[in-house]
Each structure stands twice: as C-alpha cells, then as structure tokens.
Design a protein around this ligand. Structure first.
Ligand code: GLA
Length: 369
C-alpha cells in the first residue's frame, strides 16, 4: 500500500531539509555591495561556531559551562557593519603576517619590500587590508567544518608572490575548534597566519578576564621596544610577571612595574613555546572559576602572542549591546615570532614555491570543578 503525501506537505518538508543542510545566511553586504555569508557549525554536543566569509571571522562560539549551559565566549558584533569599523580584529583570520613588521619593510633575496604603516612606523596584522578584511570563498563540509580559501595576489599589501591560502575550521564532537592553515606561493615570500579571537570564558561582555587563571608552556618570551617590536633577545620568564609555567590569575601581576608590562600596557607579548618539533602540543590553558569553563590551546606553531585587550576602552558595544571594557577579553594568537623577516636568528617565516605551509591550532573547551 502506498501512502500519499499531500503536495503542500512535500513543499514544506523540502524547504525544511534545505534549510537544515544549508546552515548559512546572509550576514550583510560590504560597502561595494559584495554579499557576506555567515556559516554556523554545530557538533553533536550542541556547541556552535558561527563563521563569516568576511575576514574568516569567528563571530560567535558557544560552548557549555559546568551546568551544561551554552554561552558565547568570544567578543564580536551581531551586525556585520561592526566589522567594518577600525579593527580590534575580533575573531578574524590574520595575514599575510600576523603581528608586527618593524618599519614596515623587510628584505628577501636582496630585494626590499615596503609595506603599509598601519601601527605607528610598523605594519600590524598584514597591513591596511589584511586577511581580516577580505572575502573568503567558502565550501561547507558536513555541517561541522568549513573550508575558506583566498588568493592573495602578488604584491598585495606589498608582499611578494601569489599566495593561495586555505583555512579549514572544524568543530569536533570533543568541543574543539580546530583551525588548519595551508598555503602555497609562486615566489619566495614570508607569512605568519593566525586567528585573533578575543575570549572571555565567563561569557562575552561579562566583565574583565583578570581572575581567569592562565598556564603557558613557555620558558622564554621576546621582550619588545616601545613600538612592541621584539628587541631580538629571548628572555627567561623566571622570576618575572611573564612566568605562567604554573597557573596564575591573569590580573595578579598585570599592574607590575616590570618595564615590559609597562611597555605593553599589560600583556601583549610573544611567548616562545617549549616543544619538541612541529607536533601539535599544548601551549596554554585557561580556567574560569564561576563558569567552570576550561580552554586549552594546542598548536604546531613555535610561539603564542598573549594579549590582554589593553586597547579596549569601553567605546565598543558588541553583541547584545555589551560594553567591551579594558581587559574584557584575552587573545592567544598562535604564531611565529613578530618581525621574524627582520630577525635572521628567529625561526624562519619564509615560504618557497614548491613547499606547503601547514599549521594547526586547536582551541579545546571542557569544564572543570
Ligand atoms: C595584537 C597586538 C596588539 C593589538 C591587537 C589588536 O594582539 O599584539 O598590540 O594591536 O592585536 O588591537
């Protein structure tokens, strides 16, 4: 016996299925009229990550607290227009070169390349129109992953080589947001890709992060000058406010008169990770007592920039109208050392034709007591 399904019901069912599998919506339009999509990834545990094709921005990241209640733990904007304002780089993919390049220039193979000065005399986060401000081409996976690709043309923002970049975001059933970065070039070039999410494990807009406890797997860091450019020294954290080898509250020593803390206006420094080779290993762990949320950061990168939102000043109103005050979030940007192209002694950030750049970073969420 065959059951007849009425035609209107078939239409409704088809629409519902289409909706479920598409998991995307228009987020907004750029001033030049390009459409920006927002993709939502969901895992079996109900965690959610929303990612925009503009800047590859992680717009929201909802993970459970110890009672199982989901909370959005990254800063950002409900309205796409927020991302067009001068950047704090909320949630964005950063390239071609994350962090700073001194005096906005570097020499490669005897040729001097000039970049944009968008941070005093220096280049920050790829220049005037870095990867945080371009539209990435999206290819959704199984509802739990999203592949973003971008071709950065030879000479874009002053960097040599046509650079073909692929970033894959995956939200695993283990409540991990995994980011895989791959790139190839047709000319020798330099690159340093990262993601600039601002975390507050108590929930975005829920006060400052000074009571969060941080552990960093780093014996050394790179002290900076007043432009936040590494001096070249690799300094031991021993006996300094930079020693997070055992857990410390982020705020415990942030008011210290240590010259480096003063220069950074808090923490805004590159920590050199203790590691054996390029394998994925634990770089940082952050816990927040009230929510019970725990973040572990694993990476194949040699370093991590720990930034405590020192430049946030309450003028930005983010998601749900929340006011983002000073130190209302922290960033853990996995990366190579800042200004490496001008420091031959630092691990190289060069990429040559024929080679493939590949790095992985995992933000793993769990809850503790
Ligand atoms: C990075 C830098 C900071 C600041 C932020 C963006 O983390 O190290 O100095 O520029 O980006 O505001």
């Amino acid at each position: 016996m065959t059951t007849r399904i009425p035609i209107p019901l078939i239409i409704v069912l088809t629409l519902m299925t289409t909706n479920c599998s598409s998991n995307s919506r228009e987020f907004g339009k750029t001033p030049s009229g390009e459409s920006v999509e927002l993709y939502t990834l969901k895992n079996a545990k109900g965690a959610e990550a929303a990612i925009s094709t503009y800047g590859g921005v992680v717009v929201s990241l909802k993970v459970p607290d110890r009672a199982g209640v989901l909370g959005d733990i990254v800063l950002g904007f409900d309205d796409f227009k927020g991302y067009l304002l001068p950047p704090p780089y909320f949630g964005a993919l950063i390239g071609r070169y994350g962090n700073r390049i001194a005096h906005a220039k570097f020499t490669l193979d005897g040729v001097e390349y000039k970049l944009a000065k968008n941070d005093g005399d220096n280049t920050l986060h790829g220049g005037t129109r870095g990867f945080d401000k371009v539209i990435w081409k999206a290819k959704p996976g199984d509802g739990q992953s999203l592949e973003l690709t971008y071709l950065s043309k030879d000479g874009e923002e002053g960097f040599p080589g046509n650079l073909s970049v692929t970033v894959v975001y995956s939200l695993t059933d283990n409540n991990e947001l995994k980011i895989d970065y791959t790139a190839t070039t047709d000319k020798n070039t330099v690159l340093n890709l990262t993601n600039h999410s601002y975390f507050n494990l108590a929930g975005q807009g829920e006060g400052d992060i000074l009571a969060h406890q941080l552990t960093l797997n780093a014996d050394r860091y790179t002290p900076v000058d007043k432009g936040l450019i590494p001096t070249g020294e690799l300094r031991s954290v021993d006996g300094t406010p930079f020693d997070f080898r055992q857990p410390h509250a982020i705020g415990e020593r942030i008011g210290s008169s240590d010259e480096q803390i003063v220069l950074g206006g808090g923490y805004d420094h590159n920590f050199i990770l203790n590691r054996a080779g390029d394998v994925l290993s634990l770089a940082a762990k952050v816990t927040e007592a009230k929510s019970g949320r725990v973040l572990e950061v694993l990476t194949t990168e040699p370093a991590i920039q720990f930034y405590t939102g020192n430049f946030l000043d309450g003028t930005i109103h983010g998601k749900g109208g929340k006011v983002y005050g000073r130190r209302s979030a922290f960033c853990l940007e996995t990366q190579h050392y800042p200004d490496s192209p001008n420091h031959p002694a630092f691990p190289s950030t060069e990429l040559k034709p024929g080679a493939t750049y590949h790095t992985t970073t995992v933000f793993r969420f769990s809850t503790g007591s």
